[in-house]
Design a protein around this ligand. Sequence first.
Ligand SMILES: NC(=O)c1ccc[n+]([C@@H]2O[C@H](COP(=O)([O-])OP(=O)(O)OC[C@H]3O[C@@H](n4cnc5c(N)ncnc54)[C@H](OP(=O)(O)O)[C@@H]3O)[C@@H](O)[C@H]2O)c1
Length: 217
Amino acid sequence: MSILIIGANGGVGQFLVEQLKESGETFTAGVRKQEQVDAFKEKDIDATLIDVEADDLSTLTDKIKGYDKVIFSVGSGGKTGADKTFYVDLDGAIKTIKASEENNVQQYVMVSTYDSRREAFDASGDLKPYTIAKHYADEYLKQAKVPYTIVHPGGLLDEAGTGKIEIGQFFEGRGTIPREDVATVLKEVVTTEGFDNKEFQIISGEKEIPQALTNVK
Ligand SMILES: NC(=O)c1ccc[n+]([C@@H]2O[C@H](COP(=O)([O-])OP(=O)(O)OC[C@H]3O[C@@H](n4cnc5c(N)ncnc54)[C@H](OP(=O)(O)O)[C@@H]3O)[C@@H](O)[C@H]2O)c1
């Protein structure tokens, strides 16, 4: 099984690369700068250039060819305007979903926002364009001809992971979760069976990650 992580240089992506390497999985880190490719290759990690904004659909279809699983952990970031949000988080995501369909990818894993429901738009304040982008990317994925897993993490933290989470579907409250724990959840959903066409939220909690994930299988 071969896995492509798009957004592998990000906060979550870097933890995921380390964890997949440690478990001996076959994967490629998709990044958008040559120096990032070189840095991964120096650590004996396969890496390739992928820019979901600059690459057109046909280029992305070629780049995704041969992978069994694709993880989209990309984000235009909080400092860019709404235009970039739509180019990257919406159009970039949808291009990679179409390219995955074209290549008969076995699982597409989307790192979404905590609440991407339509009713979350107005409550999301400055993040409204981002929430809209994530909503329609998630909706597109759910109707695409590719098995999907959509993970909705709470507010991301840089502190060390605890290995313990809570899983739910559209909690009343909100929560946070270390990026390292999000990466562990992503590793579990791509390396174990049972997550096709599932969607769930994760925040820090009391249950060990593998045990918590049995509730969504
Ligand atoms: N912040 C939160 O509290 C929160 C909560 C829930 C969900 N999320 C979602 O979780 C995702 C992962 O979080 P994170 O902390 O890992 O984010 P991050 O550190 O900002 O990483 C995002 C990655 O996306 C890459 N990227 C940006 N534009 C791209 C493009 N056009 N093509 C390909 N890659 C591109 C960036 O590349 P460079 O390294 O080259 O800049 C970066 O590596 C976020 O993107 C967000 O959608 C965030």
